[in-house]
Design a protein around this ligand. Structure first.
Ligand code: HEM
Length: 158
């Protein structure tokens, strides 16, 4: 592993939601989802990720995203670059502190025919909890709602 990404090594691996993820938002009925996560490296100072969500009953594919996580060498500053199947591409930046990564979008671009309401800002927190499970919390602000939690999910390593 490239030593630059060592501070994020706790994220590496194949992870599966356990229990199912919980989706919320003021405009939505609460929902559950399954998610497979692959976080890997190829020796570059970069991690590669893909998050693949599925319907908990039908296993029909739902939200998908993939991208890269970069660390600014000799700092705890992190950039998270993601392309999503919904036609959004975003760059989030933030900091890793121990087993916790907090990031906020600096830019969100979308295809011209993306469904409304549009996402204006996204924040995420990843942490490795005391049971060795990975957790992700995603909040977003849209053109109709202020920053509010959309997702919370705990993953076990598989
Ligand atoms: C709805 C954004 C990840 C499931 C939405 C909406 C937005 C959004 C803007 C519409 C909200 C509204 O109508 O007010 C995002 C972003 C994500 C993300 C930016 C990642 C950063 C996920 C994931 C799932 C998911 C991982 C898991 C399955 C849903 C569902 C709805 C929804 C079921 C309601 C139905 C629909 O509009 O398709 N999301 N989402 N989202 N999202 Fe997400």
């Amino acid at each position: 592993m490239n030593p630059v990404v060592e501070p994020l090594s706790w994220m590496l691996g194949t992870w599966l939601s356990d229990p199912p993820g919980a989706g919320t938002f003021p405009t939505l009925q609460p929902f559950q989802y399954l998610e497979e996560v692959y976080i890997s490296h190829v020796g570059q100072p970069v991690l590669n990720f893909s998050f693949n969500a599925f319907h908990p009953d039908t296993h029909k594919p739902m939200h998908r995203e993939c991208g890269f996580i970069r660390l600014k060498p000799d700092t705890n500053k992190v950039a998270f670059v993601s392309a999503q199947n919904t036609g959004i591409v975003e760059v989030e930046e933030g900091e890793v502190n121990g087993h916790e990564l907090c990031i906020t979008s600096h830019s969100v671009a979308r295809m011209s025919f993306a469904k409304e309401p549009h996402v204006e800002q996204i924040t995420r927190k990843f942490r490795l909890n005391s049971e060795g499970k990975l957790e992700q919390t995603v909040s977003m602000a849209t053109t109709t709602q202020p920053m509010t939690q959309h997702l919370h999910v705990t993953y076990k390593k598989v």
